[in-house]
Design a protein around this ligand. Structure first.
Ligand SMILES: [Zn+2]
Length: 303
């Protein structure tokens, strides 16, 4: 009897203790049951280069999740159509980081369907180069200086939208910008004295890069991914190369090199691979590594 009475007392005391603890928690912490869910800030990026810039700024900030909307192998978003899965991904995010400069042609659909989603346009304020026809060339990130500006834009706007982590965004921005600027300085050292300055590229991804390193893009072999040049365009390119005497052509790892191989065979020009950093490893230093490899390729091709 005594034993069970003791048990009962213990049980009642335990119950009182739990009730006290629970009510105490209820007063001290606001809505503890929602804590982990509501404290996660989800940032979605539109495609690879924007993803790499954003993980450098926000990737290690506690409670922040960075997701890339498109598959890693998507490449440029020219004429990209939003999929239902993309809209689902965006509907679960608070912030959408885009390249801008006309790369994401689907933005009307995003802003009309998700009016509360905050948009960060990475290319804001970057002077744009005219592309083919009316449009501006959207491949701004292929220039390191432009990537520096994009990273600063992302950092500043994230700091404004998520002031709690502002100091971390700004510190991360500065650390990454320092690395980019150091690489840019080394690339100038390697390329400024190169004897040849004329290059032939594969799709229209390199005008910003060429401007940064004082190179001339004299011909573009295939302007849009997936559109093989017709016979007349091929013949025109072969003529330009023969007249120019250019002995180096640059294809991209993301695109079939068939047309380039035909031209190389016809002209005797050598093929090199120049990477516009539009696909690659999903790692913070991926852009730096790609540009470092481009530097070595150009050093070999232009000297
Ligand atoms: Zn492109």
């Amino acid at each position: 009897m005594r034993k069970s009475a003791n048990l009962l007392t213990t049980f009642v005391l335990l119950l009182v203790f739990i009730v006290l603890l629970t009510s105490c928690r209820g007063q001290t912490f606001q809505m503890p049951e929602k804590s982990t869910e509501s404290e996660t800030l989800t940032i979605v990026t539109s495609f690879y280069p924007v993803y790499i810039a954003t993980i450098n700024v926000a990737g290690d900030v506690p409670g922040v999740k960075v997701i890339n909307m498109t598959q890693p192998a998507t490449g440029c978003l020219h004429d990209y159509q939003l999929k239902p899965d993309d809209l689902k991904t965006l509907s679960e995010a608070q912030i959408f980081v885009v390249n801008g400069a006309g790369m994401e042609t689907f933005m009307d659909k995003v802003t009309s369907q998700l009016p509360n989603l905050k948009i960060i346009e990475a290319s804001k304020g970057i002077p744009l180069i005219k592309g083919d026809g009316e449009d501006e060339n959207p491949h701004v990130w292929v220039s390191i200086s432009n990537t520096v500006q994009q990273v600063k834009n992302i950092g500043q706007q994230l700091a404004e939208l998520d002031p709690e982590h502002a100091a971390q965004y700004i510190t991360n921005t500065n650390v990454y910008v320092d690395k980019l600027e150091a690489l840019r300085a080394r690339m100038h050292q390697a390329l400024d004295g190169a004897g040849k300055r004329d290059i032939i590229t594969f799709h229209e991804a390199f005008p910003y890069f060429a401007r940064e390193f004082n190179l001339n893009v004299v011909a573009v072999i295939e302007r849009e991914p997936g559109s093989e040049p017709g016979p007349a365009e091929l013949a025109g390119t072969i003529e330009i190369i023969q007249k120019s005497g250019i002995k180096a052509m640059f294809t991209e790892p993301q695109y079939p090199a068939k047309a380039a191989e035909v031209i190389a065979r016809e002209t005797g020009a050598k093929l090199f691979i120049l990477d516009p950093a539009v696909t690659g490893p999903m790692e913070p230093d991926a852009y730096l590594k790609i540009m470092e490899a481009n530097m070595k390729t150009l050093e070999e091709a232009l000297n």
